[in-house]
Design a protein around this ligand. Structure first.
Ligand code: CNA
Length: 244
């Protein structure tokens, strides 16, 4: 871990890529981890963020997300979020590219956050496009109702990228731009299987950047990493104590 700290200190442009694993420490389940939704909620979990299923039955998403996304006000950033915000302030981390949809990097104080799978901050009517903010939607979902547009009665969907939808193009461009500039890319808590987001680290590699991976399961890019660690909490406690 001392070597990891040296890499961080000596980097000129460190970009971080985060997945759901960084938020398990804040009490939010990931998908594919040991206690993740895919293991605990069975096959139905894959339908939660499936756009075809949402079109058929939006209530399924809202029921499943009620105590997962529509209770995010209660969630507090964990050590990885707070340390990344601190490293940004120190000038080490230049950008965080995240697959997460829990707003915890921003809550922790990170300024440059690129949300490649969208965000629940904004919800949109699928019929007329009217925009609604997260805080307007929460009380409706908490009452077990499907949010509907007050202008046209259309179904409202979060600006989260569901399986079957394209990623937000501006965020993707920005992520590729940042990854291409990185001389050090640190990948945290992601299985790196959801494409195309999982291929962003390849842009860093292509331009001579180094990869460090921290994840407690194997990833398809492990063999390309200069350093590889398992446990996020252990690594970030160490960073918190030893990188001042
Ligand atoms: P994933 O596929 O669920 O992978 C998470 C990885 O993190 C797994 O390999 C876990 O074993 C690992 N992990 C969990 N806790 C730790 C820990 N303490 N230390 C080390 N490793 C740990 O998640 P990805 O982000 O790779 O998959 C992308 C999906 C998940 C995106 O579409 C996200 O939007 C989606 N997602 C996001 C959230 C969130 O915003 N918090 C939660 C659940 C799913």
């Amino acid at each position: 871990m001392k070597q990891f700290i040296d890499l961080l200190k000596n980097s000129e442009y460190c970009v971080v890529f985060t997945g759901a694993g960084v938020s398990t420490l804040a009490g939010i389940k990931d998908f594919r981890g040991k206690n993740g939704l895919y293991n605990t909620a069975g096959a139905d979990a894959e339908k939660i963020f499936d756009i075809d299923y949402f079109r058929k039955d939006p209530s399924f998403y809202y029921r499943a997300a009620k105590n997962f996304i529509y209770n995010l006000e209660d969630k507090v950033p964990a050590i990885v979020h707070t340390e990344l915000a601190r490293l940004e302030k120190m000038g080490i981390v230049k950008a965080v590219i995240t697959q997460n949809i829990d707003l915890l990097h921003q809550k922790a104080g990170s300024k440059k956050v690129i949300e490649v799978h969208g965000s629940p901050e904004i919800h949109r009517c699928r019929k007329c496009g009217k925009i609604f903010h997260f805080n307007e939607i929460v009380p409706v979902v908490q009452k077990d109702e499907v949010p509907k547009c007050d202008r046209c009665g259309g179904i409202i969907k979060p600006d989260i990228t569901f399986f079957g939808e394209s990623l937000p193009p501006m965020a993707v461009d920005e992520a590729i731009y940042e990854a291409s500039k990185a001389d050090l890319m640190v990948i945290l808590g992601s299985t790196l299987v959801v494409q195309p987001a999982a291929s962003f680290p390849l842009y860093a590699l292509r331009n001579g950047g180094k990869l460090v991976i921290v994840n407690n399961m194997e990833t398809p890019l492990d063999y390309l990493a200069v350093q590889r660690y398992d446990d996020l909490e252990t690594v970030f406690n160490y960073i918190s104590e030893n990188l001042k």
